[in-house]
Design a protein around this ligand. Structure first.
Ligand SMILES: Cc1ncc(COP(=O)(O)O)c(C=O)c1O
Length: 374
């Protein structure tokens, strides 16, 4: 049987990984400045992460939510402390799209409304609700067409205010737009969303699936903008590669049995992975480190000719050029053995390294870029 061929792949086959490094089947070593789409938060195969998963696996790997799983409470307590949202409730699922799907559904249940506001270039996932609020018609099938969603320009408060009515169930926005090309919301815009959601009794959903978990130098990117959303979705960095996702839910949103559900969500191994990630984030001070390393990298890149703009915060960085970056990215990968990312904006290099990345490792990238762009 063949795989259903939907991914454009590099020719590289990683077989081992440690920290910010990957080794392929021929023993070649690569620097990972992309973390498999921002997933590797605490570094590949971190010893504490391995220890938690291995010990958990010896005890019990999985049972469904039909039983009590104390590890879920341990995770919720720790997440509340580290994120600053200890009064919110946690629902656990398995992927970013599923987290957004559940957030949209909860907003609709809570308000009894159907319409949602999303923004140009947004990416929220590929399941039906998440796709409906994603601004990319190319990945939308006829069954996904939906007239419940209004797409508006990012950071235009006037247009947002005009479009807002009492029919709106929710506004969904990324903490920092990732796939769309590292676009930041302004503080003023985020605060306008909060204010309009309150005025019209709608819910504010912040998608922190890529921008959360310390990546931008705060636990969540929206914490840079002085707002508190009603629903916050998380995934990628949460399990450092173990498939786990979740949403934080404001206390005004009430639960009832059967309202949401998931067979795999919150299983023992997923919780062990998530607890390990938070423990490492705390013990290695990775949130502050992301801010420092991001500033370091930006300062080093400031004199690389041909970069038009450096966008982003912490270790969520976009380098913008006035030409397609496909060729440089390929050279970075095959000549300098450095993984970087692209975005829907083909003029961008997107950097999402593990939060443990060092100045020496970042210097390798800067030096390669200098050589490629003299
Ligand atoms: C901001 C954002 N939301 C949602 C998703 C979807 O996550 P997943 O692929 O885990 O479903 C992604 C994935 O890239 C994302 O970047």
């Amino acid at each position: 049987m063949n795989m259903f061929d939907v991914y454009q792949k590099t020719g590289i086959r990683p077989v081992r990984a440690r920290g910010c490094w990957l080794w392929d089947d021929k023993g070649k070593q690569y620097l990972d400045l992309y973390g498999g789409h921002a997933v590797i938060s605490v570094g590949h195969s971190h010893p504490h992460y391995l220890w938690r998963l291995q010990t958990q696996m010896q005890e019990i790997g999985f049972y469904s939510n039909a039983v009590h799983i104390p590890l879920q409470e341990k995770l919720a307590k720790l997440l509340g402390q580290v994120s600053g949202y200890d009064d919110y409730a946690l629902f656990l699922c398995n992927s970013g799209a599923e987290a957004n799907e559940n957030a949209l559904k909860l907003a609709s249940f809570h308000t009894g409304r159907q319409k949602v506001i999303s923004f140009h270039k947004a990416f929220h996932g590929r399941t039906s609700g998440a796709l409906a609020v994603t601004d990319n018609p190319e990945i939308s099938a006829p069954i996904n067409k939906n007239d419940s969603v209004i797409f508006l320009p990012l950071n235009d408060s006037e247009v947002l205010e005009k479009a807002f009515t009492d029919e709106i169930a929710a506004v969904i926005i990324e903490g920092v737009q990732g796939v769309g090309g590292i676009h930041l919301p302004t503080t003023e815009f985020m605060q306008t969303i909060r204010e309009l959601c309150d005025r019209h009794s709608a819910l504010f959903i912040c998608d922190e699936i890529q921008s959360g978990y310390g990546r931008t130098g705060n636990f969540f990117a929206h914490q840079h903008f002085g707002v508190k959303p009603d629903l916050i979705t998380m995934a990628k960095g949460m399990g450092n590669g173990f498939p786990v996702a979740g949403l934080l839910i404001h206390p005004k949103i009430k639960s009832r049995y059967g309202l949401l559900g998931s067979t795999f969500g919150g299983n023992h191994l997923a919780c062990a992975a998530s607890v390990a990630v938070l423990e490492i984030i705390q013990s290695e001070n990775l949130i502050a480190r992301a801010a420092t390393m991001g500033d370091y990298l930006k300062s080093k890149l400031a004199n690389v000719s041909q970069i038009i703009e450096i966008r982003g915060m912490g270790l969520m960085i976009g380098l913008s050029f006035d030409f397609s970056t496909a060729d440089i990215r390929e050279k970075l990968l095959y000549q300098y053995r450095i993984f970087t990312g692209s975005a829907s904006d083909k003029h961008l290099i997107r950097l999402l390294p593990p939060l443990t990345v060092s100045t020496d490792e970042l210097d390798l990238f800067v030096s390669a870029l200098h050589k490629l762009l003299p």
